[in-house]
Design a protein around this ligand. Sequence first.
Ligand code: SF4
Length: 480
Amino acid sequence: MTEEAAQNPGLKLLIPEDIRYNCQGCGRCCSGWSVGLTEEDYSRVKNTDWQSLHPELKDKEVFFHREKEFLEGTAAYPHYTKPRDDGSCPFLIDNLCFIHSHLGEYEKPITCRVFPYSFVETPSGVYTGVVYNSMASVRNIGAPLTEQREKLAEYFNLSIQHKNASMRPGELESQLKARAEGTMVAQASPFSEISLTPACKLTWEEYLLIEERMLKLILERLRQDEPTNIFNTLLQCAEILMQGRKLKVTGGSVADITQFEPDLKKPADPVASGTELMTLRMLYYRFFIYPTVRTSDTGLWQMQRNRAFEPKVAAIVVRAFSKYISSGLNTILMARAGNLPMLGNADLNAALTKSFAPLDQETDKLFHRWLYLKLFAKSYFGPAAAGFSVLSGFNCLTASILSVLLFAKAAALHAGRNNVAIADIYESYWRLDRELLTMGQTPEQESKFYNSGLSSPRLFNKSLWTMARSFGTDPQTPGI
Ligand code: SF4
């Protein structure tokens, strides 16, 4: 019996096809955030005198601590790595992890070991995937995940161990005691009832039928040699979701969705409304501008909350919030998103409508692969995505692809090009997927705000039409 089977005898891992990943050692995953450490993680590294081991670590604080906030429930971890001023991890030296090279792979924080693999537990088993906040996963480089079953099982077990180690003192003990005494209240799986929209509930099996119809469409296109058209795919998937909802609310059989062939009609007025564009820009801000403002304020990440009113700390807070507000208003209301070096003074309206050369097939396949992966991995709605309904989650994926294109077009315009380069797409995906990942940890009120703002059927259809036509593409045809 393998160790995996011994630890978790009933483990059923579901692994996406055609998805590859192996770390290429570029080091880019190791910046832009503080890595949270459990007490277990911290105990493995705290006794090493890091400062004496490498000139880059000399006199540097490599951790900061939030033990009090962790116990109070306002911080997720008791300890964190303390990023350098440029946002990179203090242990990243010559693009390699110094904990890994000095103490070994097994001593790294578990978050770092498991990254970028994702695991979502459902009634059918554990769906696996990778996030695109790694250049290797964006570029689909490495061994297929289907050939990494043993490693995925090990990492899934590690992620469970990590979840247990992240509990506050007493939480795990009381759970174990309740289990031993048989008094544990059985918690319903977050997937036992699925919100297709806030008002339309599905069983897990009904949801899977709808998802299967969308996956079939996407996977066929991912594998075909003929040109594909991501705008058509997104519009068709939106129709599949709406047909699923219609079947459910009219008392039909959701199983009929397997025979459904979406028919796309050109909207009477295929120009996006002001509200649609503002919602799109709000998400663009959240994916691309907000993270740079946040990264530029490492002082804010590292402060202790109870010191927020000390003059020096208060100055950091005020400066950071004024940056958030001015950059937010500039992006959402003025459609100006220019504080990223590669974009210049980007005009998002111009980026949406400006005529460009058609997307190449490599880019279009990347969009299909990412969409397939997000749907398969169940990471776009429910517990892994801030409690989003399926429709809100799908609209968020559509807005993500539109935002990636806005970013890539703005970068091309800044460089004087009228074609989207695959390198711009890689860069924008790398930035975007980090934010999608952290959206799952947003406070409840913020999640509710996004969930309700994204819950309209066919929310971004007109933006898709506008963007498609800017690439000279007809959204009604499945190929470019
Ligand atoms: S601890 Fe190591 S693996 Fe984790 S972010 Fe830092 S450098 Fe990267």
